[in-house]
Design a protein around this ligand. Structure first.
Ligand code: AMP
Ligand code: GLY
Length: 421
């Protein structure tokens, strides 16, 4: 089968790598891809939001399956476009991708179907939001309704901060239309866990748990980023937590979407907070996590093409997922200054050290090839993943492997996975 993957980050590199393990993968294309992906797939210079061009490419090249890694094209309706052209594609349709595309929608869904989440209110005008804040409890959490590159969430300690946040989102429109509607919700404390799942519209199969480190600096300080590293499994995600989530969150979400006429096929990423009152949903994403995918897929035993097809065909019930009884840690190597200002274009050395080393992977996020040399091309440059028999060993292995790589302005956190010790 010929497969097309849409996206260009570390997540898509991990997806392409996993597809390449399948005997059924005859040829893999990736649009637009990056320098690491180019070693496993033919990269096609079409942007992830060029939906018509992507569908034209898939028709012309007889692509048997397209897998969409990113949220923007899903929310924009790439799956509907492909299906209208008779193409097989893995991911939710536009009317289901709204689970990630609108926080107001997802909160209303959870309220209607009694799925545990933080208490909240939705506002369509700055005036109403500010009026509400006058009697709200602090800290309060402000969320832009739409997609804002993971930056549309503001945790406000005081009324003044929250008022300024409302102005930034709704009056100054810092994230454009994404902030025309906002959610204000209760601040929760606890440990965060990421749980990814495959869904076929009716059945849901849970992958192994993971945890992301979102802040730029050690000790979870500094600005929010796309993710500085991950580990899997999360030792805080106990059997008891799993049983609760299976009963009250996972299947309930899939059933709620079906009941709303928005059948969800694809990956639901549950961002959970393990609070004193039990697990609650922080957010839903309608796609694989980045960099969660870089620790979850190396532990998965199934042929991923079989799983993608079962989701499309509605036969997931007949399939079980299998994960190795080991652990994985991914350390992101970034350009110093990320997520603010940073330089690009520096040559990267040491990548060849990962060749044929079992249990060590380097997934490219922001790289490109310049006259045959791989150079840095983004804030997050590489994700170094290593397996181990347990989290401690995986962490030691991952940090040892980060030393194999050199480039100017290389930056990483030294405490990825240290919460586990
Ligand atoms: P989200 O994009 O909704 O996942 O929010 C980004 C991050 O903000 C989350 O990973 C949490 O660390 C934090 N966050 C979001 N909502 C809340 C909340 N209600 N209480 C505390 N922290 C939150
Ligand atoms: N790692 C968080 C996300 O993918 O949204």
């Amino acid at each position: 089968m010929k497969v097309l993957v849409v996206g260009s980050g570390g997540r898509e590199h991990a997806i392409v790598w996993k597809i390449a393990q399948s005997k059924r993968a005859e040829k893999i294309y990736c649009a637009p891809g990056n320098a690491g992906i180019a070693e496993l797939a033919e990269c096609v210079p079409i942007g992830a939001m060029e939906l018509t061009k992507l569908a034209d490419f898939a028709v012309e090249n007889e692509i048997g399956l397209t897998v969409v890694g990113m949220d923007d094209p899903l929310v924009a309706g790439i799956v509907d476009e492909f299906e209208a052209r008779g193409l097989r594609v893995f991911g939710p349709r536009k009317n289901a991708a709204i689970l990630e595309g609108s926080k107001a929608f997802s909160k209303e869904l959870m309220k209607k179907y009694n799925i545990p989440t933080a208490a909240y209110e939705v506002f369509h005008s700055a005036e109403d939001a500010v009026h509400y804040l006058k009697t709200a409890k602090f800290p309060a959490v402000l969320k832009a309704d739409g997609l804002a590159l993971g930056k549309g969430v503001l945790i406000c300690k005081t009324y003044e901060e929250a008022e300024a946040g409302v102005r930034a989102l709704m009056t100054e429109r810092q994230f454009g239309a994404a902030g025309d509607t906002i959610v204000i919700e209760e601040f929760m404390t606890g440990r965060e866990v990421s749980v990814l799942s495959f869904c076929d519209g009716k059945t849901i199969r849970i992958m192994t748990s993971a945890q992301d480190h979102k802040r730029a600096k050690e000790g979870d300080e500094g600005l929010n980023t796309g993710g500085m590293g991950t580990f899997s499994p999360s030792p805080f995600y106990t059997e008891e937590t799993d049983a609760f989530c299976r009963q009250h969150i996972y299947q309930a979400t899939v059933d709620a979407m079906a009941a709303e006429g928005r059948e969800f096929k694809g990956v639901i990423f549950f961002g959970l907070m393990l609070t004193e009152d039990g697990p609650k949903v922080l957010e839903y994403n309608a796609r694989f996590g980045d960099p969660e995918t870089q620790v979850v897929l190396p532990r998965m035993d199934n042929d991923i093409l079989d799983v993608f097809e079962a989701c499309i065909d509605g036969t997931l019930e007949q399939m079980d997922l299998h994960f190795a009884d080991n652990a994985a840690v991914c350390v992101v190597l970034a350009s110093d200054g990320y997520p603010e200002k940073y330089e690009k274009g520096f040559p990267i050395s040491g990548l060849e050290q990962f060749k044929d080393k079992e249990g060590y992977y380097v997934f490219h996020a922001g790289t490109k090839s310049e006259q045959g040399t791989c150079v840095t091309n983004g804030g997050r440059v590489l994700g170094v993943t290593a397996l181990g028999t347990d989290l401690k060993e995986a962490k030691n292995n991952a940090y040892a492997a980060t030393e194999w790589i050199s480039f100017a302005n290389k930056y990483m956190r030294s405490d990825i996975g240290s919460a586990i010790e």
